[in-house]
Design a protein around this ligand. Sequence first.
Ligand SMILES: O=C(O)C(=O)C[C@@H](O)CO
Ligand code: MG
Length: 390
Amino acid sequence: MKISNVRTRVFEWKGHTVPPTAHFCSNAMDELWDKGDSMGTFRFHGWTTVEIETDTGLVGLGNVALAPRIAKAIIDQYLAPLVIGQDPFDYEYLWQRMYRSTHAWGRKGIGMAAISGVDIAIWDIMGKAVGQPVFKLLGGRTKEKIPCYASKLYRTDLKSMQEEAQSYLDQGFTAMKMRFGYGPKDGPTGMRANLDSVAAVREVIGEDVDLMLECYMGWNLEYTKRMLPKLERFQPRWLEEPVLADDIDGYAELNRLTSIPISGGEHEFTHYGFRQLLEKRAVSVVQYDTNRVGGITAARKINAIAESFSVPVIPHAGQMHNYHLTMATLASPMAEFFPVHDVEIGNELFYYLFEGDPEPVDGFLDLDDETPGLGLTLNERYFDQFHITE
Ligand SMILES: O=C(O)C(=O)C[C@@H](O)CO
Ligand SMILES: [Mg+2]
């Protein structure tokens, strides 16, 4: 079997979006004097799809969620010529071919995200070719079902956050993630507002529900050090991405300081990047996203390294490319789940573009043993609400 064609498309949402309010989610722009629309750079309102065809008529579907027009250009100009004419089962060779030939500029960021999209499509083809779900090629079923946590709870008024938290309890979730709205520039008042929001959510969910706290790189080392002792009484499951992804020593320092597990990796790339994070004991929870980190070929290597450090892997974002790895990996105890709702920050856009993701029932997801590949197709129902570039 040979790869005969690589088709990329960019889908940019032009439908209704819910505008985020001020202090919606702390993020890396917050420390600048002119924040402007600070969440602007962190919205995901576009996606690149990668459809890889074979001479046997199979089509594998991959995707990239970062900088979609650039991802498309990289795949069209650089990566497609490297995989066309090749056997998709030579996936390790193809990954190395893409990685090494783009090494001067591709190792991290959008170069690696583009490689991820191609790699995910190749794994989809392999599953379809042998008539097996991808998780069966990765180690098979390590759990009866995948526990998942509801991930939204952006900072709004406390009553709305409490109602939202209650709605996840009502749906059967026993774990959820909330976002902070304030950071170093907001002073003691912001610090108090951050603590009040955690207290408000804890008040509703009690002590027996896992609560994850997301900073999205909107804090700094000094601020985080001051926050950690104040947060300990809420017993969070983890504190996520407190500082910039590049400050690996900062992560390591924080992780040593506190009983709260520090999590990260959503903005890290390849097994080389994660080896560094793990060797430095910088994170207590690994959170790569398969469609950024180097695809399934890189993610499975990271899983093996993390297992050897006894660090759990709980990928960013849920979604099928991550769920298959989570199902096949004992070191992955649960998955993130973005609740389905109107398009807002863009995490939920996946459901408008793709079909096939399992719906959680009582806080658990399952994957079908009979659906070959990743089990994902394009959802044409909303195509008229996207600007589509071939
Ligand atoms: O879900 C996460 O971990 C994210 O970082 C999502 C991002 O949109 C910030 O909330
Ligand atoms: Mg995150």
